[in-house]
Design a binder for this molecule. Structure first.
Ligand SMILES: [Ca+2]
Length: 320
């Protein structure tokens, strides 16, 4: 007993290290499917998807759009080691009475007894279902509600798809069934729309062009003020399209330029001094200077993750 308690505590600590508070809520919101443990195989379909089940703790259809990042199959505790073909899930959308379209398909996986968890990365739309099956037929399912459960008003509705199962983009007819389907899935948001789940798969959910870390930008501390321009240098941790801009306080005008820079190399940006700024500088005593705040920003990365800031001082040009 003591051993079991210790293991449970270790699992709780491990779990809390892996998920942040925000991720927990989002992951919970994105769980769907049925966690019933399969007890029977050989349902006369290639794949089955569950549409409803009275009192189901989870929604059966995808509750939100995003990326399917994980799917879990709950196999019988006693399960033959051999002779079971690999299984997978297809995402299906019900088109009308008795027809589905397959929108995506995960990799085929070998099943072991009990809980089987698999990572995946499939775009999913709200309302789609997980259809569980193998390429060789003989779906593994949970039994339909018992007579006694039906008397208590518990019903299940599912759709059975016959062989051969369609590939993504294909359509198939389905037959109504009352079996339950032992698979659940986790959906993560994909705000940048790059097909990587923003919580666990996307190192840069602020920009669709980056899936690892977002680029990190740095201004070199020095800069040069010329007659018609200001030169600054910027370095990026990754190749990136970078814009350097400055807003001139009180002038309502801005300076800026953009270029594509290679990873890890200081690159010069030449910021032309606009006429309005030139005019102001000619009125400003040469022993004074104008402070212009600059910001470097990676194109199409939102927020402040891929930005750096510096202020340049541009001396006045009025000599008495
Ligand atoms: Ca993403």
């Amino acid at each position: 007993m003591r051993r079991i308690l210790l293991l449970a505590a270790a699992a709780a600590v491990g779990g809390s290290l892996l998920v942040t508070a925000g991720a927990t809520g989002a992951t919970k919101g994105g769980e769907f499917g049925d966690t019933c443990a399969a007890t029977q195989s050989g349902a006369p379909f290639g794949a089955v998807f569950e549409r409803s089940h009275t009192g189901s703790p989870l929604p059966l259809a995808a509750p939100v759009s995003g990326v399917l990042t994980k799917w879990t199959a709950y196999m019988p505790a006693l399960f033959p080691a051999e002779g079971v073909p690999p299984f997978t899930v297809r995402l299906v959308r019900v088109l009308g009475s008795g027809e589905v379209e397959v929108t995506a398909k995960a990799a085929l996986e070998s099943m072991k007894p009990g809980k089987n968890e698999f990572e995946t990365r499939l775009p999913i739309e709200a309302g789609e279902y997980l259809a569980f099956g193998s390429n060789e037929g003989g779906a593994i399912v949970c039994p339909p509600p018992s007579e006694e459960e039906e008397e208590r008003g518990i019903h299940a509705a599912s759709g059975g798809i016959e062989m051969p199962l369609p590939q993504p983009g294909g359509k198939a007819s389905f037959a109504a069934s009352e079996v339950r389907v032992p698979v659940s899935g986790v959906i993560e948001p994909d705000v940048d729309g790059d097909g990587y789940g923003d919580l666990t798969q996307d190192g840069c959910p602020q920009g669709a062009e980056y899936h690892g870390a977002c680029p990190v930008l740095h201004f070199a501390p020095g800069y040069t003020v010329g007659n018609g321009s200001v030169q600054v240098q910027v370095k990026s941790s990754l190749g990136a399209r970078v814009a350097v801009t400055g807003v001139l306080p009180g002038l309502g005008t801005s300076l800026g330029t953009r270029k594509t820079i290679a990873a890890g190399k200081l690159t010069t940006f030449n910021l032309a001094i606009p006429p309005a700024l030139g005019a102001q500088l000619r009125k400003l005593d040469s022993h004074k200077s104008l402070r212009v705040p600059l910001v470097a920003r990676v194109n199409r990365v939102t927020g402040n993750v891929s930005t750096d800031r510096m202020t340049v001082r541009i001396p006045g040009r009025h000599r008495r």
